[in-house]
Write a protein that binds this ligand. Structure first.
Ligand SMILES: Nc1nc2c(ncn2[C@@H]2O[C@H](COP(=O)(O)OP(=O)(O)OP(=O)(O)O)[C@@H](O)[C@H]2O)c(=O)[nH]1
Ligand SMILES: [Mg+2]
Length: 231
C-alpha cells in the first residue's frame, strides 16, 4: 500500500532478542511496504544480530547501533531515530510487544486528518499490579497539572510510548533538543510541554499488553528523571 511506504516505525531496544524477532516478522507480514528503524543502545543479548539478519533479506529494515554513544537512554534513542527517518510519517513503538502491531493500521487512519502528532492511548492495561497502577495514575495526574499550568495540549495518555506523527514537525523541534530530559523515558511528555496549544493531535486507543518476554528497563533513575521533568 502506498501509504505504508511513507511511514517509518521506530523501535528503541535494549535486550529484546526474543520480542524483536516476533515483532519484526509481524510488522512485515501486516505492512510489507513499511520502513522499520530499530535503535539499539548496545544490547548485551542477540537483539542486534537478529535485526541485522532481518535487514539482510529486507532492505526496509535498518539498525542504528548506539553501542559507542556516551549518552544512552530511551529518550535520546527516540531522538536519534527521528533524526534518521526519511519518510513523511513515523510511529515510535516499544520492542517488547506491549504495543500491538495491529493498531499501527488504526494509528495511520489518523493521517487523513493531517495531524502533526499521533498518540496511542492505553484504553486498558493488562494485569498491572496495584502499585504500578497507582504510580502511573500519580504520574499522569501530576503531568496533566504541569501541562495545564503551561497552557499546553492535554491528550488522554500524556505518557504514551506509542506515538509519532509528521517527521518534519519533530525535526524542526529537535533543532534545539534542550527540551528533552536526556536520562528520561518520556519523550512525548517532554514534547507536549513545549508545543503550541493548537498543535493538531490525533489519538487512537489500544490495549496495553503484558511484556511478551524479557524484563522491564524502567527503574529508579528513569522515575527520578520524570519527577525532574515536571518542574
Ligand atoms: N535504545 C534504548 N531502548 C530502551 C532503553 N530502555 C528501554 N528501552 C526500550 O524501550 C521500550 C520500553 O521499555 P520497557 O522496559 O518495556 O518500559 P515499559 O514498557 O514502561 O515497562 P514494562 O511494562 O515493564 O515493559 C522497550 O522496547 C525497551 O527495550 C534504553 O535505554 N535505550
Ligand atoms: Mg515494556
Amino acid at each position: 500500500m502506498e501509504l505504508h511506504s511513507s511511514v517509518t516505525i521506530i523501535i528503541p531496544t535494549l535486550n529484546e532478542e526474543e520480542n524483536i524477532e516476533i515483532l519484526l516478522d509481524r510488522l512485515v507480514k501486516l505492512y510489507p511496504k513499511i520502513n522499520i528503524l530499530v535503535v539499539d543502545d548496545g544490547s548485551s543479548d542477540n537483539t542486534q544480530q537478529v535485526v541485522k539478519e532481518k535487514s539482510k533479506v529486507n532492505d526496509s529494515i535498518r539498525l542504528i547501533d548506539r553501542s559507542n554513544k556516551e549518552e544512552k537512554g530511551l529518550t535520546i534513542s527516540i531522538r536519534d531515530g527521528i533524526l534518521n527517518v526519511d519518510t513523511k510519517w513515523f510511529m515510535n513503538m516499544d520492542g517488547d510487544l506491549q504495543h500491538p502491531p495491529e493498531s499501527i493500521k488504526i494509528a495511520l487512519g489518523c493521517i487523513s486528518n493531517d495531524p502533526e502528532v499521533i498518540i496511542g492511548r492505553r484504553d486498558h492495561v493488562e494485569n498491572w499490579p496495584f502499585t504500578r497502577k497507582l504510580i502511573s495514575w500519580g504520574a499522569q495526574t501530576l503531568g496533566r497539572v504541569s501541562l495545564f499550568l503551561r497552557r499546553k495540549p492535554i491528550p488522554k495518555d500524556i505518557m504514551s510510548g506509542y506515538f509519532g506523527g509528521k517527521t518534519q514537525f519533530y525535526k524542526e523541534l529537535l533543532k534545539d533538543d534542550s527540551f528533552l530530559e536526556k536520562g528520561g523515558y518520556k519523550f512525548l511528555f517532554d514534547m507536549l510541554k513545549i508545543i503550541d496549544k493548537n498543535t493538531k493531535v490525533c489519538e487512537f486507543g489500544y490495549i496495553f499488553k503484558n511484556r511478551a518476554h524479557g524484563s522491564s528497563k524502567i527503574g529508579k533513575k528513569q522515575i527520578l528523571a520524570f519527577a525532574k521533568s515536571l518542574f
